[in-house]
Design a protein. Structure first.
Length: 252
């Protein structure tokens, strides 16, 4: 009998080495089900070519597929795939922006977006920072710079996704002001934002924040895939509740 050996990372590497497949995964990091035709547009390839790429991604465990009538819809196979894409996006070189359209899209995605099942971008980073600032979350300062974190393996380090704890005041604040039902003294998962390089809340709290912002029309889907638009009422809510002006929030 043979026992399994080490993980073969080269299999995943070959799947991601094709630009069209990489763009497909990036397009799906907001957790949506998308048809092959839309993914072909995102990847910049013909529908027939896209079929082969999607088959490889499904076969490699990166995507899942479901049929609806004559059409097939695709989605990331789970949050673990989204986390992989986010980690790779943080270390990968950025594409050169050569057009107004590309610049507009990049700005929209960086400002606010869906990060699989929770808020991402500058909006999510600013909210998390405000919760830390006001003592609603206990932890470090939200950075991922090891030199700024005390201890040998501090909570919130790159190797520790459970970065913060929700305080009693934080639970009351989120319930009363944001409409997020949660319990005090619970661990809060973090996600290192690949555009801002700082933590934003993920896990249950991240999902509940996104649901609250969508249900109250504080954010809406933008024209650009994955991006979210902060509405006028959403901006007012941020300013009054979190003392956040998203335009003045510094990029880190």
């Amino acid at each position: 009998m043979s026992s399994p050996g080490e993980a073969d990372l080269s299999v995943i590497g070959r799947l991601l080495a094709e630009p069209a497949r990489a763009r497909t995964l990036m397009a799906l990091t907001d957790g949506r089900w998308l048809p092959a035709s839309m993914l072909a547009l995102e990847a910049g390839v013909a529908n027939s070519t896209m079929s082969g790429h999607l088959a490889r991604l499904v076969g490699g465990g990166m995507l899942t597929v479901r049929e609806h009538g004559r059409y097939r819809y695709y989605r990331l196979a789970g949050p673990h795939v989204a986390e992989l894409v986010e980690v790779m996006a943080r270390i990968a070189p950025t594409l050169t922006i050569t057009s107004l359209k590309a610049g507009t899209r990049a700005h929209a995605i960086r400002r606010a977006r869906r990060c699989y099942d929770h808020l991402g971008g500058r909006l999510a980073v600013a909210i998390t920072a405000a919760l830390i600032r006001d003592g609603h979350l206990t932890g470090h300062d939200g950075s991922i710079d090891p030199d700024r974190m005390p201890g040998t393996r501090p909570a919130g380090g790159v190797l520790d996704p459970i970065a913060y704890t929700l305080t009693q005041d934080g639970a009351a604040f989120l319930h009363d002001k944001v409409g997020v039902p949660t319990k005090a003294h619970t661990a809060v998962r973090c996600c290192v934002d690949w555009t801002e390089h700082r933590h934003h809340a993920a896990g249950h709290l991240g999902r509940d924040l996104l649901a609250a912002f969508e249900n109250r029309d504080w954010v809406r889907p933008a024209k650009q895939p994955r991006a979210l638009i902060l509405t006028t009422s959403g901006q007012q809510f941020l300013e009054e509740t979190f003392q956040i002006d998203l335009e003045d929030s510094p990029a880190v």
